[in-house]
Each structure stands twice: as C-alpha cells, then as structure tokens.
Design a protein around this ligand. Structure first.
Ligand code: PLP
Length: 415
C-alpha cells in the first residue's frame, strides 16, 4: 500500500475512503459481500501478470507451471464443493459465464425459456438490451399473481408451446427456493437443456443450507462474489457430457486469457466455503434474511411471496406510500445501502420501482444476528418513512447515529 500511496495518492485515497464507506454504513445490497483478507491477497498478487490461454497442462503460453497449480486447485475444490462432474473457473464474471453457456448450447436465433427481468430474472437471460436478447429468441415466464412465486404452470405451457433449446431457472430477485426437479422433468419431456443461473444463491448451496441444483441441471453458472464471498468473477459447473462444450465456449469462443489472480482467489474462496464456519454462516444468512423480511413486514413493508427462503427479500412499498427510488435515497442518506427493485406486476417505471430488495450476506459476515435484524428493520422503516433523502434531516441523523453504534459493535474488516 505504501508504494501505491506514494505513486498515486488519488487512487490510494479512494481505497481508503471506500473502506471507510463500507465500515461506516449498513450494506444490505443482496448481491454484495465482504470477501476475506485471504481472498483479497490472492487478488492483489503477481498472478495478474501471467498470460495462460488454454487450460492447465495445455496452455498457449510458456511459464504456466505455477498458475497451473492455482487453476487445478480451483477446479478440484469447486468440483468437490458442489459435487460436480466438471468445473470451469475461468469466466471473468457472471455475465461472461452466461455468455459461455449460450455459446456451448445455442446458435443465434434459437429459443431460450427464462424468467422475465421485471419478475426476478437477469439482464443476460434474454432482455433486448443484452447480447442475449439481441442474438437469441427469449420467451419469458413470470410469477403467479397470487403466490408471487414462479408460475410453474406457465413455465410448462410455454415450454411445450415453444420447445426451447434451453430452459433457464434462476435470477436476481427470487426470494423462494426453486423446484429444480420440476424443471428437470420438463426439460427431459421436451428434450431441452436445463440450465440454472445460481449466481445469487450458490453460496447457500456451498454452505449446504439449501438444496443444490447440481444433481438436476445440465449446467449451473454462477458468480463467485455474492453470498459465496469470493472474488468478483464467475464459474460454471456441468455434467461430464457437456464438459468439452463448456470449456470450448469459455475459451476460445468467449474469452481470451484467464485472470489467474482471480482464479487463485476463487481457489481460496472454495477452500473457505468447505469449512464448518462457512456452513454456519450460510445458515445464519437465511435466518437473518427471514428476520429482516418478517420485521419489515410488521412495519407494513410487505415482503413479496410472504417472506424468504434465501438471503434476500423483496418488499412492496405501496402500502406505506413510498417509491423504491425515494426509499433507496432516504436509506442511503441515513447510512443504509439497499436498492430499489421492481416488484412483480409493478405499476411503476423500473427507474422508480415500487419495491426495495434487501439482503443479509454483508451484515451476517460482520457477525450480526436476528436481534440486529429487528433493529435494522426499525431503522429502515424510520429512514424511509420519516426522512427526506438528505443526510441533514433529523430522521436521517437519528438513524445514522444508531447505524454507527451498530457497525462499531460489528465492524467490517476489523482493524
Ligand atoms: N446472473 C445473475 C442471476 C445475477 O444476479 C448477476 C449479477 O447480479 C449476473 C448473472 C451477472 O453477474 P456479473 O455482474 O458478474 O456479470
């Protein structure tokens, strides 16, 4: 750090002030976490220098003996963690991993059946602004109006009508467990590939806190930086019969040289995830998310689907007359970081939204438990119903004082 501070005080300053920002507030973005010093050390290493196109033992560059060891460890640990036939740890991100899955199984113009973005899906699942919607024909399912959970009857109807090449389950705002067995049977019935994008919940699977999609799916893609708590990147596991297609699709179809520092950090993270401490963490993440959902609900901030089985909950703010955009701004002004989110059948525009998404991965990493979640729900309620979006407002100041007290008791990256 001294070298950085001397050469580039501007960026050194950003590193420090970002650490202060993380430490100073409550981080409730469901897709974020706080990776360990061990992961960050691997990320900030000289492995960033190495070109290693190809795979361990069959590279297009010399000098790969050491990075081969890192990638082999990452692959073996990933396979063992998820009990998977095959793992590819090279995707640079979740979007890159998804691009590779399309590349492995689909030709431009072919059809995929996936969850609609405003219902909880992801940009890369076929939205028109993404490569996925530009190159492929996406047919979308949504959620049931009553239960607000996946509309399985609609999935079945659309699958039989459109005969997609791939059926995709998973998304960015799904609070409930997904019925993988249902999707597997349906995919078999119509001869489709069953793909799970497990980016959000794979950490809970790693901690054995929820059922795994791996036995059911042909292929599972995921990010490594959400509940999982590794570096900002992606990975793919799949059945042996798809191993070659996936590897070829990651490199050379979609990517060039792998980021070996990031792959080493993934190896460290997979080792962390195999510990009993991580299993406890994963279970606590769910308990905390459930408490947050319940306590916010008691304040009239209704959890969609009635609650959560995972690390996140989605809340409908229409009952308290606040928009998602205002809630995000008011919470932020009080030191609580969360995001506005469309709720199913949202009448508001996506940049306003009628909901918020809250997640427990970060605060659980800090060691908080269900008592703290009750307090956080009270603080969110006060901030978003009484605040005006400025840090000077009395409600924001009152909440921030309690946030400060809380994060001092449960520090992020303790000194
Ligand atoms: N898939 C899902 C379900 C996601 O939630 C995300 C990111 O939030 C991605 C893919 C994309 O990951 P990345 O941002 O690493 O490209």
């Amino acid at each position: 750090f001294d070298a950085l501070q001397q050469f580039d005080p501007d960026i050194a300053g950003v590193l420090i002030s970002e650490l202060d920002r993380i430490r100073g507030g409550l981080q409730l973005i469901a897709s974020e976490n706080m990776s360990s010093p061990a992961v960050i050390t691997a990320l900030g290493s000289t492995l960033t220098n190495k070109y290693a196109e190809g795979y361990p033992g069959r590279r297009y560059y010399g000098g790969c003996s050491e990075v081969d060891k890192a990638e082999t460890l990452a692959i073996e640990r990933c396979k063992s963690l998820f009990d998977a036939d095959h793992a590819n740890v090279q995707p640079h991100s979740g979007a890159s991993a998804n691009q590779a899955v399309y590349g492995a199984f689909m030709k431009p113009g072919e059809t995929i059946l996936s969850m609609a973005l405003p219902m909880g899906g992801h940009l890369t699942h076929g939205t028109k602004v993404s490569f996925s919607g530009k190159w492929f024909n996406a047919v979308n399912y949504g959620v049931d109006k009553e239960t607000e959970d996946i509309d399985y009857a609609e999935v079945e109807r659309l699958a039989k009508e459109h005969k997609p090449k791939i059926i995709l389950a998973g998304g960015s705002a799904i609070p409930r467990l997904i019925d993988f067995e249902f999707f597997r049977k349906l995919a078999d019935e119509i001869g489709a590939i069953f793909w799970v994008d497990a980016a959000h919940f794979i950490g809970l699977v790693a901690g054995k806190a929820i059922p795994s999609p791996v036995p059911y799916a042909d292929v599972v893609s995921f990010t490594t930086h959400k509940v999982l708590r590794g570096p900002r990147a992606g990975a793919i596991v799949c059945k042996e019969e798809h191993a070659k297609a996936i590897d070829k699709a990651v490199f050379p179809m979609m990517q060039g040289g792998p980021q070996m520092h990031s792959i080493a950090a993934k190896a460290v993270n997979f080792k962390e995830c195999a510990t009993p401490e991580y299993a406890d963490y994963a279970k606590q993440v769910i308990a905390n998310a459930q408490q947050l959902a319940t306590s916010l609900g008691e304040h009239g901030i209704r959890p969609t689907t009635g609650g959560t089985d995972t690390h996140l909950s989605l809340h409908d703010l229409q009952g308290i007359g606040v928009t998602g955009a205002d809630a995000e701004k008011r919470a932020d002004a009080a030191g609580i970081v969360l995001n506005k989110n469309a709720i199913p059948f949202d009448p508001a525009k996506p940049n306003i939204a009628s909901g918020i998404r809250v997640g427990a991965p970060c605060v659980t990493t800090q060691g908080m438990g269900t008592d703290e979640m009750k307090q956080i729900a009270d603080l969110i309620h006060t901030a978003i119903t009484e605040g005006d979006g400025t840090p000077e407002h009395a409600a924001a100041k009152k909440v921030r004082a309690q946030v400060t007290e809380l994060v001092e008791r449960f520090p992020a990256y303790p000194r």
